[in-house]
Structures are given as C-alpha cells and as structure tokens.
Design a protein around this ligand. Structure first.
Ligand SMILES: Cc1ncc(COP(=O)(O)O)c(C=O)c1O
Length: 392
C-alpha cells in the first residue's frame, strides 16, 4: 500500500501485502516455527541477513512481520518489532540500549510494573535512576548527568493522566545524545505520534487499545531501523519474548478498527470526564481534555484527541470500594483499552501491595478510580456511573 494520509485508511490497510499471501484479504497465520530453504546457499544468505526471509519462529514470521509493518506505518516509524507483551516490549527496548552504570531518568508517577523493572535493574544490574516530576520538562533537564543514557516518558501516564511535553524533552535529549523512549499505550498512534515529536522509540502494550478487545497480551516497539534492528538482534533474540503468530494476527485484526474505536473512546471519555467534573461526590477528575487539567494546553498541542482513560478521586478508600460494588454495566477489572468499559479502584487493587504512605508518595489517593471508558453508548456508561455514585 502507498502511504495514506488518513489514519482511518492506514488502520485498515497497513501491513497488507496481498501479493505475498495469494491475494488473501486477511494476512494468514503462519503456524510454522521452522522455514526450509531451496538450497544451502539460500540458507546461508537468510541466516546472514543478506536475503530477506524467515528461518526460526523466535526470530520472526510473516504474520508477525505484517503486524510490525502496520505498527511502523501507524507510528510513522521506519520499522517496528512485535513482542509477547507490553513488558516484553519495554524490557527488550530498554535493555537493548543500556549498560551497567548508565543513568536513567523516569517519571515519579508511571505504570507500576515499568517502575518495578527499573528498580530491579537498579538493584541487580547497576542501573542508576532518577525520578522526576515529568509534568515539567525542566525537571528532566535538571536531572541529566554525564552518565545519562535514557529518558523515559509516559504520556498520558498511568493512572493519573499526567502529561509530559514530548518535544521539549526530546529537544535537549537529542542535543546531548540521550535516548528517549515513550510509552504511548494510553494515547495510541491515533492520538499521538511520539516519533514525530523526536522520540527514539515508541512503545505500546498492544494488550490495550491496539488489540482492543481484551483477548490477548502483546507489545510493540516502533522507531528507526537502526534501533529496531538492535532490539531484533539482541534482547529479542536472547530473551525470547517473541509474539506468537496467532496473537500477532489478532492484534492486526484489532488494528483495522483502531481509528474507529479511538474516535469513540475519545468522544465517550470526554463526555464522562465532563459529567464527573460537575458531580458533588467527585473530588477531582484527571483527564487531559479538561481545561482544569494542569497540562491541558500541552495535551492540546501534541495530541489529536485525549484518549479513553479517565481517573477520578472519590475521597476515601471505602467510597472507592463502594463505587466499584455499585457498578453494573462497567466491569471491575485491572486492564484497559478494550471495547468494554472497565473500572478499577487503585488502592484496593493494583496498588494494594503498597502501604498507605507509599501510595500517597506515588500520588495514588485512597479513593482513586481509574476508568477505561469503552465504546458502548455514552449515555449508558454515564447512567451506570451516576447510579453507583448515588449509592455512596
Ligand atoms: C502504560 C502501560 N505500559 C505497559 C503496560 C504493560 O503491558 P502488558 O501488560 O501488555 O505487559 C501496561 C499494562 O497495564 C500499561 O498500562
């Protein structure tokens, strides 16, 4: 397919090369872990990467490659690599560029397992980390040292929907040859393209919006050919976090409706954020599309829409739990980005392992609800929320 201008078209067609698949309208699932060669010369050429081809399941497959091409097109990257989960993507990307003794700058509020990975690398492999308030790019800049190798960005962040001004960070990072990596899971390429804003690698938990139907775990990394090749031939190969062809196919199918779904997620979440903002039992609403959001202007500049995630504070632990128990349509669950609405009470679920004090330091208030607003009728979603609030 020639490059399309609209992401509505790219979502449907990217990654498709019908001629390579006998005209099939859907890329076939290649259930092969072994690929044979015509002769020894071809075997040698493919193994030496002198000829494009496949030889072993852990190192690539035509279905996986179609997904990678689709993601590269959506993210406006030269290339992409697909892996078994968002964390496989995150660990493979980070560990392909850091060495022991390097310094990483990361947001103090971010997805908790990425944060745990950084701690693990710091405790066991000599990575030094500085945590900064990522709402202000100057905080990243102030934390830079001679050994700073990577700046980690997550915008909007999980679960507080903090916004980082990507271009401001990449400008000074590039000037000092520091690698920038952005977790683009919450925004998706429909709403934000970090590579266009100067980031080196853009990462997704494809388990979320790219897959879109809460039926798979997968991850992708997009970036320049040079960075992606580095991952392909190091961490992907050694750690073996490759995606299964069946899952790659499911993500590809999900991507075909990405633009359509995201348009609805954006619309529904904006509507719900507005509705929650005027409710007397809601103390605070976190949504980048609200004018009251601390970085609304930055979000407006770098995002096309504000995404499907809304968080809000109900004041206390018991209120948070009671709200969950009052829901009917909306599922009580931990993930996000599927077609169905999902809510979680962070203090009793994902952040229950932390003490109250630790939660406070991480900015997780006791009554914080994280809502993944689905694509159902927005009036029905609102009705469920209002009726759960009424019972508090
Ligand atoms: C922002 C973000 N990044 C990465 C991940 C990890 O993805 P996975 O669960 O697919 O490994 C998640 C999962 O919730 C997430 O929310």
């Amino acid at each position: 397919m020639k490059k399309a201008d609209s992401i509505f078209t790219t979502s449907v067609h990217a990654g498709m090369d019908r001629r390579s698949h006998h005209g099939a309208a859907s890329v076939p699932i290649y259930n092969a872990s072994v690929f044979a060669f015509e002769d020894a010369a071809e075997g040698a050429a493919v193994h030496n990467y002198e000829k494009h081809g496949y030889f072993y399941g852990r190192l690539g497959n035509p279905t996986q490659e179609a997904l990678e091409k689709a993601v590269a097109a959506l993210e406006h990257g030269e290339d992409a690599i697909a892996l078994a989960s968002g964390m496989a993507a995150i660990s493979s990307a980070l560990m392909s560029v850091i060495r022991s003794g390097d310094h990483l700058i990361a947001p103090e509020s971010m997805y908790s397992t990425s944060n745990s990975l950084f701690h693990y690398l710091s405790d066991n492999f000599g990575l030094e980390i500085s945590y900064v308030n990522a709402k202000n790019p100057a905080n990243y800049q102030a934390a830079i040292k001679d050994t700073t190798r990577v700046i980690w960005i997550e915008t909007p962040s999980n679960p507080l929907l903090n916004i980082t001004e990507i271009e401001a960070v990449t400008e000074f990072a590039r000037a000092q040859e520091i690698i920038t990596i952005a977790d683009n899971t919450f925004a998706t390429p429909f709403n934000q393209r970090p590579l266009r804003l100067g980031v080196d690698l853009s990462i997704h938990s494809a388990t979320k919006y790219l897959g879109g139907h809460s039926d798979l775990t997968a991850g992708v990394v997009a970036g320049s050919s040079e960075f992606i090749e580095r991952i392909r031939h190091s961490t992907n190969k050694y750690f073996g976090g490759n995606i299964a062809p069946q899952v790659a196919w499911l993500v590809l199918r999900g991507i075909k409706t990405l633009a359509l779904r995201m348009r609805q997620h954006n619309e529904n979440a904006s509507f719900i954020a507005d509705s929650l903002s005027s409710h007397p039992k809601v103390k605070e609403v976190f949504y980048p599309g609200l004018e009251t959001h601390s970085n609304h202007e930055v979000a407006k500049k770098q995002m096309r829409g504000f995404g499907g995630m809304v968080s809000f504070d109900l004041g206390g632990f018991e209120e948070g739990k009671a709200f969950m128990n009052g829901l009917d349509l909306i599922s009580i669950a931990t993930s996000l980005g599927g077609v169905e609405s999902i809510a979680q009470h962070s203090a009793s679920m994902t952040h229950a392992v932390l003490s109250k004090e630790e939660r406070k330091t991480a900015g997780i208030s006791e009554g914080l609800i994280r809502l993944s607003v689905g694509i159902e009728d927005k009036g029905d979603i609102e009705k469920d929320i209002l009726s759960a609030l009424e019972r508090l």
